[in-house]
Design a protein around this ligand. Structure first.
Ligand code: ZN
Length: 410
């Protein structure tokens, strides 16, 4: 290809991507509306839309007969344009899903994993589940667009290598190579909190947001930051380690997973809630929690505390509220720094979101600057515990939105 035709191909793909993304975020849209929004002339838009139809990325859906003028055919994304394999490697589980092009899960398999197992064992367990997914896809004639993998830790995106995951104690794992050799698909690897933020931006609560934060709360507290419509990674990809924001180091305080004292997450993570409940039980408060533990033969866990809260147990409710207040203080700091439009809470602790959220909102209202707080909204993720998994798939979909010619025609 000479330079001129290479330039033309680049412009064509850029315009295809522009139109495809608009249909993705604002559908249904007509060709005339696309021409107005993009500033491209109508015949260019028609030709671009024809190509997107040919590649089966969009389809026509009904007619817009509102208002004056000729009724216009509307366009929307074709969810069946292709399917995607999403993989989430958690600290103590692996989850694999097949989603359609719009991130809806059509098949999923989740298994517990033993964090003390060695790396190879956990990877081969994951590959086996992926194999089941691919077999399912073959049966249903799916066309796979790629495989996305979300993992805790820092990731080299270009080479698909997990550099370091402190919670897994893994270093330099070539996920990209391992999974692409096994599946012969293009593989994308991303940090789990970043993946979740991408899911919210592509398919979830933040499709219209330029500046928002996804907060992943569980064992620790991690974040994915979208600033000016782009995921912010920082100098070496470590941006978003919001849980380790030092609040105040006191000698009697819990040591954080990072080894320090005074990290914000030690006041608001899973363990802090369990500790708050334990402290209350030690004061011999009246609570149904010990009875539930005996009945289920279970240690104190977040789902168990949630169950007690559902039954109106005051100790459970107050423990969630205390942790919610601590969480909200951190959120307020983040809103003050980034002037974020939204903070979306996800991860395992979002299970107790209904009990955390009122306290979080109260704390945010109290500690955020008045000028900023009016525009900031705190809400729960629409994806429950699957935000990172759906995010893994969203990364593949996003690459197609950027490079529509990856997908061949009919
Ligand atoms: Zn820390």
């Amino acid at each position: 290809m000479n330079k001129n035709s290479a330039d033309q191909a680049f412009v064509r793909e850029t315009n295809l991507s522009l139109v495809l993304r608009l249909i993705h975020t604002q559908s249904p849209l007509s060709r005339a509306q696309l021409a107005v929004i993009t500033g491209l002339n109508k015949s260019t838009v028609s030709s671009l839309v024809d190509e997107l139809l040919e590649r089966t990325l969009v389809h026509e859906t009904g007619v817009n007969s509102i208002g004056a003028g000729r009724p216009a055919t509307l366009l929307e994304i074709n969810p069946q344009a292709g399917h995607i394999i999403g993989v989430e490697l958690g600290v103590d589980f692996v989850s694999v899903a097949i989603t359609d092009f719009l991130g809806d899960i059509v098949w999923q398999q989740k298994e517990n994993a033993n964090p003390s197992d060695d790396q190879d064992k956990m990877i081969s367990q994951t590959l086996q589940i992926v194999q089941h997914g691919i077999a399912e896809g073959k049966r249903k004639n799916y066309r796979f667009l790629g495989l996305g993998l979300a993992t805790p830790g820092t990731v080299d995106l270009n080479d698909g290598v997990l550099i370091f995951a402190p919670n897994l104690h893994w270093r330099n794992v070539s996920f990209g190579r391992i999974f692409s050799e096994y599946t012969e698909l293009k593989v994308y690897v991303e940090n789990d909190a970043n993946a979740a933020a991408i899911a919210e931006h592509s398919f979830g609560a933040a499709t219209q947001c330029q500046d928002f934060l996804f907060v992943f709360a569980g064992v620790g507290i991690g974040g994915g930051l979208f600033l000016d419509g782009k995921l912010y990674r920082g100098r070496n990809g470590y941006a978003g380690e919001i849980g380790h924001f030092p609040i105040m180091a006191e000698p009697a305080q819990n040591i954080c997973h990072c080894g320090n004292r005074g990290c914000w997450e030690t006041y608001a993570n899973q363990h802090s809630i369990i500790q708050r409940v334990q402290a209350r039980l030690e004061q011999k408060r009246t609570s149904i929690i010990p009875a539930i533990m005996t009945e289920q033969n279970s240690p104190l866990t977040i789902p168990l505390i949630k169950q007690a809260a559902d039954a109106g147990d005051i100790e459970a409710l107050e423990s969630f509220a205390e942790a919610g207040h601590a969480m909200g203080q951190g959120f307020a700091g983040l809103i003050n720094i980034f002037n974020a439009e939204k903070i979306i809470l996800g991860g395992p602790l979002s299970l107790a979101g209904e009990y955390l959220l009122p306290a979080i909102k109260e704390s945010v209202a109290r500690h955020t600057l008045p000028e900023i707080v009016q525009q900031a909204e705190v809400q729960l993720s629409l994806f429950g515990p699957d935000a990172s998994l759906i995010g893994a798939a969203a990364i593949v979909a996003d690459d197609v939105l950027s490079h529509p010619t990856i997908v061949s025609g009919k």
